[in-house]
Design a protein around this ligand. Structure first.
Ligand code: ZN
Length: 336
């Protein structure tokens, strides 16, 4: 069994958001030819996508070909729209969440849904989280690595974490809104360097902000193997201890102590990195993630995990399915 915690989906279409809300900045799909669409943002092409980005039947066919069992679906982070008016972000989140719920309902053995929330308005976000869990049946939500000016330690987000604990709603943290101009404008740096940096900041903010102390039952999984964190935790811990005046003002606990208390996906594209990742964050805490259907992802789900000669069958099964089920709070039986 292979459960992919990290895959993105969009509805085939949605209303004209500029018309609906009265201002621009939104993403629309332009189905310019059969099987392809342009993601358009204010008249510019953001990304060209194929039908496997919106068509569940195509996804299932590709899963069957590549050996995937289940995809855990979340929206494409550019849809988070935390910058917009809260009511409008809520409205869009509901459009996306309802579409996702319909897909999961149609194919419950192949798909699991993670909702999206208007995080810039915590009160609305908590309400939508309730709806995601209680009405739509999602085991969790996907959140951005930051929310406008807030990092994930922001006290404004505490109510969301408290609700997630209470509802047993897991959080999948995805990097987004990277710097794209200046020195970052060349060589795809926002994706290659900005994204791992975003994720590292998200982890450090939650640790140093004491989020895991205040909300010990919170279940969090960070995308892309936790960014640079697993490799730089030694430096971060050392820095924390030599400059507590700069690092330990909100939480006195050494960052190393949280290794083993949060999850990451397995998307690191390198055997040495996956070995380091499992030994640093824990064999129970790494979950197969592919970033399907995008080109920076792992096209054959679990190929890297399967290629690990020194991982036994039991460990590989944990990474490919067991840890995902544990994180999501779901049973293997429902997908057999
Ligand atoms: Zn992704």
């Amino acid at each position: 069994m292979k459960i992919d915690i990290h895959s993105h989906i969009l509805p085939k279409e949605w209303p004209d958001l500029k018309k609906r809300y009265g201002y621009g900045g939104w993403v629309q799909l332009d189905h310019h030819c059969k099987g392809q669409a342009k993601m358009m943002k204010d008249g510019k092409v953001f990304r060209v996508i194929q039908e496997n980005c919106w068509d569940p039947e195509v996804r299932i066919k590709e899963m069957d070909q590549s050996g995937g069992t289940v995809q855990v679906l979340s929206t494409v982070p550019v849809m988070f729209s935390y910058w917009a008016k809260p009511q409008d972000t809520l409205d869009l989140a509901q459009i996306l969440n309802n579409d996702l719920a319909a897909t999961v309902k149609k194919y419950p053995k192949r798909f699991v849904g993670l909702g999206t929330l208007p995080l810039q308005a915590p009160e609305l976000a908590v309400k939508e989280m309730h709806r995601c869990v209680s009405e739509l049946g999602f085991p969790g939500v996907q959140i951005g690595s930051h929310v406008n000016e807030w990092d994930l330690n922001a006290p404004e987000l505490y109510d969301i974490y408290a609700a997630a604990e209470k509802l047993n709603c897991c959080l999948f943290v995805h990097p987004w809104d990277m710097q794209i101009d200046g020195r970052m404008s060349k060589y795809w740096f926002p994706w290659l360097i900005g994204m791992p940096t975003e994720t590292t900041m998200a982890i450090c903010s939650m640790i140093m902000g004491g989020i895991f102390e205040k909300f010990p039952k919170l279940k969090v999984c960070f995308a892309h193997g936790g960014g640079a964190f697993p490799y730089t935790v030694g430096r971060i811990s050392h820095g924390f201890n030599v400059r507590p005046d700069l690092c330990a003002m909100d939480n006195k606990v050494d960052p190393r102590k949280y290794l083993g208390s949060f999850y990451t996906d397995s998307l690191v594209h390198d055997r040495g990195a996956l070995r380091l990742l499992t030994s640093v964050v824990g064999e129970d805490k790494v979950i197969l993630g592919t970033d399907y259907p995008f080109p920076l992802g792992e096209l054959e789900p679990g190929k890297l995990i399967d290629s690990m000669d020194d991982f036994d069958h039991k460990l590989k099964d944990k990474l490919k399915a067991g840890n995902a089920l544990e994180f999501l709070g779901l049973s293997r039986k429902q997908f057999e």
